[in-house]
Design a protein around this ligand. Structure first.
Ligand SMILES: [Cu+2]
Length: 185
């Protein structure tokens, strides 16, 4: 005898995405496990590049930031990049660091007037880095607020949808060229 009754299954498979915080590592990249949609390097290289893009720029801009996800099978490092001179004169590897500091400016006038102005601002500082380390098997994100490739002295503004060949140079001497797409966001 079979009693057929509807069976309700409540699927509560909520995947809690934990944030791995790498303590003590200054400027370590965000780890993302995403192995799909990668651009394989030519010549059997072992660095995967995912979703390379460059921020579209205002007409007056002289620099532009290039972002992507890099994942190397072996320990490696991004040492530099280059673009055609019709795009930009040079490139630099940059890291954006935010220092949220409180700055207090006190002004004491000659008389009895005294003014104090306190402002809390998240200050974004970009500094040039000589290389971006790529730990074996770990994705390193070049993203807003972190590492990026800075195009210096733009020959012309970067437009949305524009495609730019960017040649990446790695520590072990290999190079690979990826197509970076302009995005306005
Ligand atoms: Cu920069």
């Amino acid at each position: 005898m079979n009693h057929r009754r509807p069976l309700f299954i409540t699927t509560a498979a909520l995947i809690a995405t934990g944030t791995l915080s790498a303590c003590g590592g200054s400027g370590s990249g965000t780890t993302t496990s995403s192995s799909s949609s990668s651009t394989a390097a030519s010549g059997g290289e072992q660095v995967a590049v995912t979703e390379p893009w460059v921020r579209a720029t205002a007409p007056s801009a002289t620099t532009a930031a290039v972002y992507m996800m890099l994942k190397s099978e072996n320990t490696d490092a991004l040492m530099g990049a280059s673009v055609p001179s019709t795009v930009a004169a040079s490139t630099e590897l940059h890291e954006t660091t935010s220092t949220s500091g409180t700055s207090t400016t006190s002004m004491s006038g000659g008389s009895t007037t005294s003014m104090s102005h306190t402002s809390t601002t998240a200050m974004l500082d970009m500094k040039q880095v000589m290389s971006i380390p790529l730990p074996a098997g770990r994705g390193v994100q070049l993203a807003p607020g972190g590492y990026h490739i800075m195009l210096m002295k733009l020959a012309k503004p970067i437009t949305s949808g524009e495609q730019i060949p960017v040649t990446l140079r790695f520590a072990k001497g290999k190079t690979m060229t990826v197509t970076v797409v302009g995005r306005s966001e």
